[in-house]
Design a protein around this ligand. Sequence first.
Ligand code: SF4
Ligand code: FES
Length: 216
Amino acid sequence: MKRKLHTYASDALVVEYDAARCIHAAECVKGLPTVFDPNARPWIQPSAAAADEVARVVERCPTGALQYRRTDGGAPEAAPATNTVRLAADGPVYLSGRIRLTLPDGDVVEDTRMALCRCGRSNNKPFCDNAHEGAGFVDGGVVVDNQLRPAEADEGGVVEISLAANGPILIRGLVEIQATDGTSRSGARGALCRCGQSANKPFCDGAHTRAGFEAE
Ligand code: SF4
Ligand code: FES
């Protein structure tokens, strides 16, 4: 996992920006252009709006590239009540909720927002780095056959995400998968394709072995 961390402070909060996780065209720029202006230097000016407004827009960053810390006693970000896995057409999976991601080296990332690669081509795995665009990754982001297992009594709250070696994204904990056609499916425990080769996307069908997928 790469990090390119920059911080921008006002009297009320510190905005952290990890350029290695920024892929999205502009939730921040559209949401608050006086603060997030790619043509200005620095490009983030947190003093240019009320802290609550800055925090609200940071929380809309779907990749987690933007984070904030209140230094004025304001409330920290609250995780959404439901853990969701939103499929992007021809792109990544966006996770939202109480997420605990264990990386192959044992490091743990706890976050409320992440975009994970499912085309197999990111140079910043497991995060998406927009390589799907150059790779011509094609997947409509619909779910034909829900392969998530039903939740058991102790599954809820935090969703644990881990990565099979040269294989799928493993989910343990209750999630709602949101497809691009507006439908959703719930369940806990499942394996999502991250090599881009499964014939049953978004789920893994073992194609990574046949494809010789190398994640690390
Ligand atoms: S909303 Fe997040 S991912 Fe999108 S452009 Fe802004 S920082 Fe990057
Ligand atoms: S899905 Fe975006 S780089 Fe793989």
